[in-house]
Ligand binder design. Structure first.
Ligand SMILES: *Cc1c(COP(=O)(O)O)cnc(C)c1O
Length: 397
C-alpha cells in the first residue's frame, strides 16, 4: 500500500479556483490501471454476473470487516433491496432521521412503508438514539440510522430498545465506508453495528465507482442470500421466482474499477482525517460551528455551521474568492412536498431544521493541498472581518 500516492492538485489551482472536488485529479495516479481493468472486462465478454463482481464482493468483505458483501446497482437500490429483504411492506413503520439525503426516506416510502422521523442530535447531526428509541412502537419494522458526513451515529439507546422489540437496526452508510463507531478508530465498523449497512459508490463518495454502484454489508448470511435473489428479479433457480425482486445488479466494469480503488481507500481516509484536523485547528476561535472531533469519522464532508442567517452570505463570499461550497441539505425530509401526507409541521424537528439553515460544506478530498485548506480558512475568517458580519457562534455544531 506504500506504493500508492495521492495526486497533488496542479499548482495553478492553489492560487485560483478551489473546486468542491476533483475526480480527474483523484483518478490520475492510477488511470492506466483503471483502463487495464476495464479492457479486461471488455475482452471477457461477460458484463454482468461475472468474476469481477464476485471478486469485488470478497475483497470488500475482508477489507471492510464484514462477513458478507452483496454488490448492487446503487446506494439507493442497496437501501431499497435491504428493506425488501427485511420484508418491509405497506403500512409498516421505519424510524429514521429527518436530516439526510432523500434516498434514506425515499426507499422506505417506495415500499408503501411510513418513515417515522425522530430529530437529530444537535452535536452530531445524526439520528438521536434516545429520541429514535421513543418512536419505536408496535408497527415499527426497522430503524434506519444514517452515518451522515462520514460519522457513525450513536446507537446505544436504540440497541437496547430494538433488541427487546425484535426490531432490526439498519445503517445508511452511503457516506461512511470504513467508518468506526464509539468515536474510536478501533471501534465497530459500519456494517457490524446494525443488522446490515448500505454503501454507495456514487462517484463523490469516499469510494466512488466510474458511475453508479452500491453494496450491502452484513453478518447475516440468510439476509445476504435474500439480497442475491432480490437483485436478480427474486429468481432461484432462473425463471422460478420465490420473491418479487428487481434488477439491482452491479455491472462488471464498475466492479473492476472498484477493485482498483479499494486498496487505496485507507490512504485516502487518512488524508481526509488530516485535512479535517487542519480545518478544525485553523478555524478554532472563528465564530462558526465546527464538527466535533471523532477519530472513527471518515469525513465524507467537512460541514461548518454559520449562524444568524449568515450561511448564504458566507457561501457567496467564498464563491467570490473562487472557493466552491455546497449545502447538504437545504430542506429537511419531513417538510418535503412528497411527504406532505404525513402531516408534519415546521418546528417539529428543530435540530434538523436549524441544521438545514446553517450548514455549509467546505472542499475536502484527498487531493486537496494543505495550502488550499489554509486559503479557505483565511477567507472564512475574512468574511467575519467584513462589515455587518456579526454572526453569533452557534451554541454547538
Ligand atoms: C449518496 C447517498 C445515498 C444514495 O446513494 P446512490 O448511490 O447515489 O444511490 C443514500 N443515502 C445517503 C446518506 C447518501 O449520501
Amino acid at each position: 500500500m506504500g506504493a500508492f500516492t495521492v495526486a497533488k492538485m496542479p499548482a495553478s489551482t492553489s492560487k485560483g479556483e478551489i473546486p468542491f472536488q476533483d475526480l480527474v485529479a483523484h483518478h490520475r495516479p492510477f488511470q492506466d490501471e483503471l483502463a487495464t481493468a476495464i479492457a479486461r472486462v471488455v475482452q471477457s465478454g461477460q458484463y454482468i454476473n461475472g468474476p469481477e463482481g464476485t471478486a469485488f464482493e470478497r475483497e470488500a468483505a475482508s477489507t471492510l470487516g464484514a462477513l458478507h458483501a452483496v454488490a448492487l446497482s446503487s446506494g439507493t437500490d442497496a437501501l431499497l433491496a435491504l428493506l425488501m429483504a427485511l420484508d418491509i411492506r405497506r403500512g409498516d413503520e421505519v424510524v429514521t432521521t429527518p436530516f439526510s439525503f432523500f434516498a434514506s426516506a425515499g426507499a422506505i416510502a417506495r415500499l408503501g412503508a411510513v418513515p417515522v422521523f425522530a430529530d437529530v442530535d444537535e452535536q452530531t447531526l445524526t439520528l438521536d438514539d434516545t429520541r429514535a428509541a421513543d418512536r419505536v412502537g408496535p408497527r415499527t419494522k426497522a430503524v434506519l440510522t444514517v452515518h451522515l458526513f462520514g460519522r457513525v451515529a450513536r446507537t446505544t439507546m436504540l440497541e437496547q430498545v430494538c433488541a427487546a422489540a425484535h426490531v432490526p437496526i439498519i445503517e445508511d452508510a452511503a457516506q461512511a465506508v470504513g467508518a468506526c463507531g464509539d468515536s474510536s478508530r478501533w471501534g465497530r465498523h459500519v456494517g457490524t453495528i446494525g443488522r446490515a449497512a448500505a454503501l454507495s459508490f456514487f462517484p463523490s463518495k469516499n469510494l466512488g465507482a466510474l458511475g453508479d454502484g452500491g453494496m450491502v454489508l452484513t453478518g447475516d448470511g440468510a439476509l445476504a442470500e435474500r439480497l442475491r435473489l432480490l437483485r436478480a428479479q427474486g429468481a432461484s433457480p432462473k425463471y422460478h421466482h420465490p420473491l418479487v425482486g428487481g434488477n439491482f445488479r452491479m455491472d462488471e466494469i464498475q466492479a473492476a474499477a472498484l477493485r482498483v480503488k479499494l486498496p487505496r481507500l485507507f490512504l485516502w481516509t487518512e488524508r481526509r482525517r488530516q485535512l479535517a484536523a487542519r480545518y478544525r485547528a485553523q478555524l478554532a476561535g472563528v465564530p462558526v460551528g465546527l464538527p466535533p472531533e471523532d477519530a472513527g469519522c471518515v469525513w465524507n464532508q467537512f460541514v461548518l455551521r454559520v449562524g444568524a442567517g449568515r450561511r448564504d452570505a458566507m457561501a457567496k463570499h467564498l464563491a467570490a474568492a473562487r472557493i466552491a461550497t455546497a449545502v447538504y441539505y437545504p430542506e429537511p425530509l419531513h417538510l418535503q412536498p412528497c411527504f406532505a401526507g404525513l402531516g408534519h409541521k415546521a418546528g417539529q424537528f428543530p435540530n434538523a431544521e436549524r441544521a438545514c439553515a446553517e450548514v455549509l460544506a467546505l472542499p475536502l478530498y484527498p487531493e486537496l493541498g494543505d495550502d488550499a485548506v489554509d486559503r479557505v480558512c483565511d477567507e472564512v475568517r475574512a468574511f467575519f472581518a467584513t462589515a455587518a458580519a456579526t454572526a453569533v457562534n452557534p451554541a454547538s455544531w
